[in-house]
Design a protein. Structure first.
Length: 166
């Protein structure tokens, strides 16, 4: 299973890039998984009043619900990224796209919205590409720089970088 992170600060385009890459690889027949880090503090949204929410509130460590075409599991215990990745390996994915977890050491695409975000390039490891909303920023780096204003046209280039370098 190939693993690629999409890292950047809030509103830098991480979810947009994730969705486009998921679509691209899925259309090519790849089995793709996604994992998002809720890095804004607090807990992810859970729908109150549902049975699975109530089960967790009653003390269940894991709660699941099976629909016609979807199974949803919720764990009431935090897992480390490596533990989550081991869980995802059970599904025999071709690619796992991870949104967030900036400091993890997996290959990553870093998104920069403004000049202030450039510090990420010095603080993060395993960068394979940079996406920026401001192509006037200069980069002396060894990886491609993608214009986020033309993301839809450049997704195949990003995808090729993931396919080739991971």
């Amino acid at each position: 299973m190939k693993i690629c992170q999409i890292a950047g600060y809030k509103n830098s385009g991480k979810t947009t890039v994730m969705n486009e890459l998921i679509r691209y690889f899925s259309d090519k027949g790849w089995k793709v998984g996604s994992l998002k880090h809720h890095g804004h503090g607090g807990e992810p949204d859970m729908t109150e009043g549902t049975d699975s929410h109530d089960h967790l509130g009653s003390g269940s460590v894991i709660s699941g619900v099976q629909g016609e075409n979807i199974t949803q599991l919720t764990l009431a215990t935090p897992l480390q990224l490596d533990e989550l990745i081991q869980t995802y390996r059970q599904f025999q994915l071709d690619l796992l796209l991870v949104e967030g977890y900036k400091t993890a050491t997996y290959p990553k695409i870093v998104l920069l919205k403004s000049e202030e975000d450039r510090s990420l390039l010095q603080n993060l490891s395993a960068i394979i590409a940079v996406g920026t909303w401001d192509m006037k920023m200069t980069f002396n780096q060894d990886y491609p720089v993608i214009d986020m204003n033309n993301l839809y046209e450049l997704v195949p280039t990003l995808a090729e970088r993931i396919r080739r370098d991971l």
